[in-house]
Write a protein of this length. Structure first.
Length: 318
């Protein structure tokens, strides 16, 4: 437990110590920091040599099972030359899978845990406007902090049944799609769709359970009886074969917020005519500030004054 806590604190320290001053490299290097919430589906695949195969009993996670996980946390995304990125998340999650042990009964058993998920994902980014699209792949470390088992609607004859659960630290392969929508200068809405696979989960059912020597040892004559013993005891090692997550959040691109990098129009983009000040053809600059006066109007006024003076002189001669 101490080692897990140190790993989590170290990861959070990396996120919090990323200073905005480092973003001064502009378009070469930038980073985004924010929050993400998540939720999704858990899948436990059918193990080999399970009770379903050996004694035709679809019990104790011997077949496909499902569940749900939800949580959230912090993320840090580093980007290099806009096209390559690296993302580290620190995500806290409540995760569970369940089954109904007996057909025709509402009895339900849940294996639950609280995890810290630490995905370290490489991103391949396509910087579009006003969105940013990326493909992500990399390892994800899952550190269970707490595990427990729950039973509900237990039949009276099974009220002493002891169902247990445990969960080890695992390394998963995670991949998916990241879409970031620009809300304002330097503020993004990240949307992630991820799939994660447990590459080291045991294939055999006997390696996914504990607490029942007959079942773990392959003694199916006694294991089949013990599965339904009213005072029986068995536990599962909770690991999702696959899980799928949708993540939504809010992110802050510090270079853009600090004015160190702004979106610039390309040289091929047309500039609106209304944005260009068009001066008269006979305009001349005046003073240190570029102002324009219509000299044609002044010349017309001078000519009019000259003609008036000539007429006055002609009347005096007469």
């Amino acid at each position: 437990m101490k080692h897990r806590a140190l790993i989590v604190f170290a990861a959070m320290g990396i996120l919090l110590m990323a200073a905005p001053a480092q973003a001064s490299w502009g378009d070469i290097f930038s980073f985004e920091f924010g929050l993400k919430g998540m939720g999704g589906y858990n899948y436990w695949n059918k193990p080999a040599d399970s009770p379903l195969d050996m004694v035709n009993q679809d019990v104790l996670f011997g077949n496909e099972r499902s569940g749900f996980g939800a949580g959230g946390g912090l993320y840090l995304q580093l980007r290099f030359f806009k096209f390559v990125g690296l993302e580290l998340d620190v995500l806290f999650e409540n995760d569970e899978i369940w089954e109904h042990p007996l057909e025709g009964y509402d009895w339900k058993i849940n294996a639950q845990r609280i995890n810290v998920r630490l995905p370290l994902l490489v991103q391949f980014i396509l910087p579009l406007k006003p969105i940013r699209l990326g493909l992500v792949i990399g390892p994800e470390f899952v550190l269970p902090f707490k595990t427990w088992a729950e039973q509900s609607y237990v039949p009276q004859e099974f009220k002493d049944y002891n169902f247990q659960t445990s969960s080890p630290t695992t390394t998963r392969l995670t991949f998916g799609i990241n879409l970031a929508i620009r809300l304002a200068e330097g503020i993004y809405l990240p949307i992630d769709i991820r799939a994660s696979y447990d590459v080291t989960q045991p294939r055999s059912w006997a390696e996914r359970i504990f607490g029942n020597p007959a079942c773990t040892g392959g003694d199916w004559a006694n294991c089949g009886k013990d599965l339904y013993a009213p005072d029986g005891s068995i536990g599962i090692i909770q690991r999702n074969t696959w899980d799928f997550r949708l993540l939504l959040g809010i992110g802050f691109d510090f270079p853009a917020i600090l004015g160190l990098r702004k979106d610039k129009p390309s040289s091929q983009e047309a500039v609106p005519v209304s944005a260009v000040e068009i001066a008269p053809a006979n305009a001349v600059p005046v003073g240190s500030v570029e102002r324009y006066e219509d000299r044609g109007q002044d010349q017309g006024q001078d000519q009019g004054q000259g003609q008036g003076q000539e007429q006055d002189q002609g009347q005096d001669l007469e």
